[in-house]
Design a protein around this ligand. Sequence first.
Ligand code: FES
Ligand code: FES
Length: 169
Amino acid sequence: MPRLSAEKRHPVQLSVNGRTYQAEVEPRMLLSDMLRHTLGLTGTHVGCEHGVCGACTVQIDGAPARACLTLAVQADGADIRTVEGLEPAPGRLSVLQESFRRHHALQCGFCTAGILMSLDHLLRSDPAPSEETLREFLSGHLCRCTGYVPIIAAALDAAKRLRETHPDA
Ligand code: FES
Ligand code: FES
């Protein structure tokens, strides 16, 4: 990777939720800050800012990643998906989001965007996860409100509904 000047701003181009953005950023700018402050995509939350809580999780090139541990310059050229990109159509909830609503799987909602982005990825790679798999998978996300029980119920319900809707997926 070429050395970057700390003072200089650097051009970054990325695709976020299918839309291309260009910006000049300082080398130290975090991807989470670029998404929230430069692009105005505040659905991605920031909690601990050191990789522990999972609130900032987005998908980078299809895989969940901590936006607080990623520099914006590292994401140059990447395909990013945030919680704003989950809605299948403007104003509509995805199957997973709808299951969270139905099962009251959020209270303050601070952890929710990150959990949704991780679960969205998991349900694509493992359409029928066990409760144990879900609990282990979600151990990388801290939720102070729900006790996780409704989150697991929502994830299991979403997996079932997705299998019924897309039996060949
Ligand atoms: S804000 Fe990124 S893991 Fe906590
Ligand atoms: S719903 Fe409040 S932290 Fe999870």
